[in-house]
Design a protein. Sequence first.
Length: 45
Amino acid sequence: MKNKKYLAFAGCMFLGMGIGALLGDTGAGTLIGMGAGFLASLFVK
């Protein structure tokens, strides 16, 4: 199911944005979240 890959990517991206906002750098958090999302989408079946 392709939807799980997109949800894993979006979830990691929003998690990165939230952590970045807490630490004061939303842009860096978004980029880290996107990277983690791409990696997570590789492992989701």
